[in-house]
Design a protein around this ligand. Structure first.
Ligand code: ZN
Length: 258
């Protein structure tokens, strides 16, 4: 009888001990992803989004867009091409006066990934000068034309020149002129909290799409900020909840995150 009780006690102790390693396995840290060198969207707590307009300013279309944005009290970000900025400094001045942000989108819209470092530096520097000459404000955001930029270029653009490299997560492909309704539908369908929306203020259809696009985005409750404002709102993504019992957890391959 004593021997039986001793054996029973032993097996219970072993059973409780056996649970310890399982509990430890559940808290094993997951390796964190490498720090981002380009930004396509931002994790934010709230319905904030950034509209961005590339390749302008355009003599006729950009002022029309500025009128519309003013009516809606919306601030956007304009990634300007240096040659256009130098030609229409008064449009940049107006944009800045009305609360918009100006970003650097190169001097003549070449593909940075196919160019020498010296040429890329010149493209960025000349555009920066045009923006500063027009507005007195130093741009802190760069969008490479076509989103094309090498890993090496990313590194020195951030570290030496101090630019954040801004891409996008919503692309209506408006440069293909699919018609204003298609542009609106694509943007409204794809936009989420923290989205950076790409479009171009040099295409008439894009400007024609904007009244309805803004109306529908407002109806969905989105609030519009500049890209720099969106970056300041960034919060760490909430880690997906881990089950208490590791043995009961699904395989990581089934997890929707990643
Ligand atoms: Zn562009």
């Amino acid at each position: 009888m004593l021997r039986f009780l001793a054996a029973l006690f032993f097996s219970i102790s072993m059973a409780s001990l056996a649970q310890e390693p399982a509990a430890t396995t559940a808290t094993t840290p997951v390796p964190s992803p490498a720090p981002k060198t380009t930004i396509s969207s931002v994790h934010v707590d709230g319905p904030y989004i950034a509209l961005t307009f590339d390749d302008g300013p355009d003599r006729k279309l950009t002022p029309r867009l500025l009128d519309l944005l003013a009516q809606h009290h919306i601030h956007a970000t304009f990634f300007v091409v240096g040659e256009n900025a130098a030609q229409y400094p008064e449009i940049l001045q107006r944009a800045v006066r009305e609360g918009h942000e100006i970003g650097n989108h190169s001097w003549s819209h070449p593909n940075f990934a196919k160019m020498s470092e010296e040429s890329v530096r010149s493209q960025i520097r000349r555009t920066e000068e045009a923006i500063v000459n027009a507005t007195g404000v130093h741009p802190t955001l760069l969008r490479p034309p076509y989103g094309a930029i090498t890993t090496r270029e990313k590194r020195w653009v951030r570290n030496d020149l101090g630019y954040e490299i801004i891409l996008w997560d919503v692309d209506p492909l408006d440069w293909r002129n699919p018609g204003p309704t298609v542009v609106t539908n694509r943007i409204v369908k794809e936009t989420r909290a923290g989205s950076i929306v790409l479009s171009h203020d040099i295409h008439a259809q894009t400007i024609e799409a904007m009244p309805e696009t803004l109306r529908e985005l407002e109806e969905k409750g989105f609030k519009f900020v500049t890209v720099s404002e969106l970056l300041k709102m960034a919060t760490a993504p909430t880690p997906s909840p881990k089950p208490v019992n590791a043995a009961a957890s699904p395989s990581p391959a089934l997890s929707p995150s990643g």
